[in-house]
Design a protein around this ligand. Structure first.
Ligand code: SAM
Length: 280
């Protein structure tokens, strides 16, 4: 079941449906003209960055609502930064993670282990759980880990083996290497700029190489994939591809753009990049 759709985009904005709520929000890359200007009247509320960060008609929206995004039920709520608790451009990746783990699981004697770093509201963690893997979800924000646990409950996955970790990713990885914990599939979506649990500054340009080296250190003896995504300008698909090729010689590296998609007449909107290393 999927209740997300990009309805239209253009003039630096995007119009999206999240279940029963339709929102118009900024989207710098949508430099074209809207395909169907009449559709924009449907928006229940809109967000703008023109005169500071502001919502219009936010009071008309429910404080919290739920929508299925590619089969995963997500808790949604408007934040002051215009985010909602889901990045729908990652939804095709969720399907790939579930399918890949499901196909591999019967070939293994022990459950597959999946690690989600910078895991936000947990869509990918739950995709891993749906694929049958034992999961580990790491994010420095206590509030976001709480939100992700609520999403696990909504999807009746509270009893699934998922470790919920509030920590700085690099510090966590260092500890996992020492503990000898290893993972068959790893996803990381490092922010351009972030803060660890203890306020540690994370700047992608300086920190990513260290994170990737640590990621390599927690790969299992029979790894399946390392999936790297980015929303940082300049981190193009080829940049991510080069990083993974250099990190792990051999295997196969693919890359592409993450896209917001939906109604057939809506132009797909590039919204980030990905590369994945696989042994398949
Ligand atoms: C770009 S979002 C990830 C989006 C998510 N992967 C998704 O697509 O739904 C970045 C996340 O990284 C977390 N974060 C930022 N710096 C961190 C750090 N040093 N260690 C762990 N998590 C961090 C933030 O709390 C935020 O949830």
């Amino acid at each position: 079941m999927n209740e997300y759709a990009l309805i239209d985009s253009g003039h630096g904005r995007k119009l999206e449906r999240f279940g029963k709520v339709i929102l118009a929000r900024p989207c710098a890359q949508a430099v074209w003209s809207p395909a169907n200007p009449k559709l924009w009247k449907q928006a229940d509320a809109s967000f703008s960055r023109k005169d500071g960060l502001q919502w219009k008609n936010r009071e008309k929206l429910p404080d919290v609502w739920h929508a299925h995004v590619n089969g995963i039920k997500m808790k949604l709520s408007t934040t002051d930064f215009g985010h909602l608790g889901v990045f729908p451009e990652t939804r095709d990746m969720w399907d790939w993670i579930t399918d890949t783990l499901k196909i591999e699981a019967p070939k293994r004697k022990t459950p597959l282990k999946f690690l989600n770093l910078f895991a936000y509201s947990g869509g990918a963690t739950l995709a891993g759980a749906k694929g049958g893997a034992h999961c580990c979800h790491v994010d420095a924000s206590k509030g976001m880990v709480q939100w992700a646990r609520q999403n696990a409950e909504l999807n009746k996955l509270s009893d699934h083996p998922i470790r919920w970790i509030v920590d700085d990713c690099n510090k966590f990885l260092q500890r996992e290497i020492k503990r000898g914990n290893r993972y068959d599939g790893i996803l990381l979506d490092p922010p351009s700029f972030g803060r660890g649990k203890g306020g540690e500054l994370y700047k992608i340009e300086q920190a990513l190489l260290d994170t990737l080296k640590l990621v390599k250190g927690v790969l299992s003896d029979r790894p399946l994939f390392v999936y790297l995504t980015s929303h940082t300008p300049g981190f193009t698909p080829i940049v991510l591809n080069n990083l993974l090729r250099q990190l792990i010689p051999g295997g196969k590296v693919e890359h592409g753009e993450m896209l917001l998609t939906g109604e057939p007449e809506a132009f797909p909107v590039p919204s980030g990049t990905w590369a994945r290393w696989t042994t398949m």
